[in-house]
Design a protein around this ligand. Structure first.
Ligand code: PLP
Length: 404
């Protein structure tokens, strides 16, 4: 099919040309005397991205799943009790990993479409009078349902309960797109990957660990070899890695961080907020709803659109792909066939997203979903044609559209 595929899954995201070019490098000696300059810039940049002074960052040749395992295996022991709400496919998969590693997971079942249940978390921590819960595990942005949880509120729940458990946060589909405040929220372990907000191919598993999390390694008994922080720290301290790193990905990461900082982190977050607001307006224009049950949970990186009963969201995705060269995200597990997802993160602007909204609209009409062609596009345009300056100066009307 002529033209580029419109990639609107919530990861992997579009790799900007600037990053693509930066990865076209000849191989070099990763033990060369000049090599440490590169990792040092990456560790510094990642710290800035996580918003941490004291946290230590780790870059594994892995994906988000590997980073999950690194965070768990370096800090916990078999049989340790951890508290984890399950509200989507990724919190489910992480819990599954915890169980398979031999952790004792106290699961808080939450309806898909809701976020981390703050009051229940606080109660569970208060009830744990013996202070046996070692970690609270939260997926910041549940990519399956398009739900963002309030990590600051989770921290406040831990504090209110006076509980010393460590805070583990999956930031795979939020880092670099939605504000993440490692130090302010006193996160102990944050986990991410390269193929979402960082606009890179998959292949890097990224972890940020607090000093307390690093110290926990001394007593953590879960088995680990490839993901051992201790080996990484030893090598990283001199600017090297304990095994062969993926050089193109490291150069790509350097470029990605430079791009994010050139745009300015707060501007990047504002752009994602704006793109999400337009997408949500489009969904409202179609008179459809989002999987996210309440406005404050609606994600700025992915919208999971619920198709009306009697229609199969998988058909929408299939038609969008085959007829319009548009890749939309599938509904996963419990919401398979019920939702399709529009990823709106990474290297994106309004006109690119209008293409995806137009394509989704055509595919829905093709499968017989009763929406009006142009309704979503027009609604998104209505949000985006208002400049941020005008939004600030104007009455609540345009802001109400943003909140839709
Ligand atoms: N956590 C979240 C929130 C995700 O969205 C994903 C993947 O989409 C993962 C974890 C797993 O990451 P990966 O596929 O890079 O292993």
């Amino acid at each position: 099919m002529a033209g580029r595929n419109f990639l609107f899954v919530p990861g992997p995201t579009n790799v900007p040309d600037r990053i693509l070019r930066s990865m076209m490098v000849p191989m070099e000696d990763h033990r060369a005397p000049g090599f440490p300059e590169l990792p040092r810039e990456l560790f510094q940049g990642l710290k800035k991205l996580f918003k941490t002074e004291a946290g230590e960052t780790f870059i594994f040749p892995a994906s988000g799943t590997g980073a999950w395992e690194a965070a768990l295996s370096n800090t916990l022991s078999p049989g340790d009790i951890v508290l984890a709400p399950r509200f989507g496919q990724f919190s489910h998969l992480w819990i599954d990993m915890m169980q398979r590693l031999g952790l004792n997971v106290q699961v808080l079942e939450v309806e898909w479409g809701e976020g981390a249940p703050i009051a229940q978390i606080e109660q569970a921590l208060r009830d744990d009078t013996a202070r046996r819960i070692k970690g609270v595990m939260i997926v910041h942005n549940e990519t399956a349902t398009g739900v963002t949880s309030d990590i600051g509120a989770v921290r406040r729940a831990l504090d209110a309960a006076g509980h010393p458990a460590m805070l583990y946060v999956d930031a795979v589909s939020s880092l670099g797109s939605i504000d993440f405040r490692f130090d302010e929220w006193r996160v102990d372990l944050a986990i991410s990957g390269s193929q979402k907000g960082l606009m890179l191919p998959a292949g890097l598993g990224i972890v940020c660990a607090s000093p307390r999390a690093v110290e926990a390694g001394a007593s953590a008994q879960l088995r680990r070899v490839f993901f051992d922080f201790a080996d990484m720290r030893r090598a990283n301290a001199t600017g090297y890695f304990p095994y062969t790193p993926s050089l193109p990905l490291l150069y790509g990461l350097r470029e990605s961080l430079r791009m994010l900082f050139d745009e300015g982190l707060e501007a990047v977050f504002a752009r994602h907020q704006r793109l999400a607001a337009g997408t949500r307006a489009a969904v409202a224009g179609w008179k459809l709803s989002l999987c996210a049950k309440k406005a404050h949970w609606r994600s700025n990186t992915v919208s999971a659109v619920v198709v009306p009963p009697g229609f199969d969201a998988a058909r929408v995705i299939e038609i969008a792909y085959h007829r319009y060269n548009l890749s939309l995200g599938a509904g996963l597990s419990k919401v398979a066939g019920k939702v399709f997802r529009i990823g709106h993160l990474g290297d994106l602007n309004e006109l690119m997203l209008l293409g995806a909204i137009a394509g989704a609209e055509m595919a829905m009409v093709d499968v017989g979903i009763p929406i009006t062609l142009g309704s979503g596009v027009a609604a998104a345009q209505g949000v985006w044609r208002i400049t941020p300056e005008l939004q600030k100066a104007s009455s609540p009307a345009p802001l109400a559209v943003c909140a839709a």
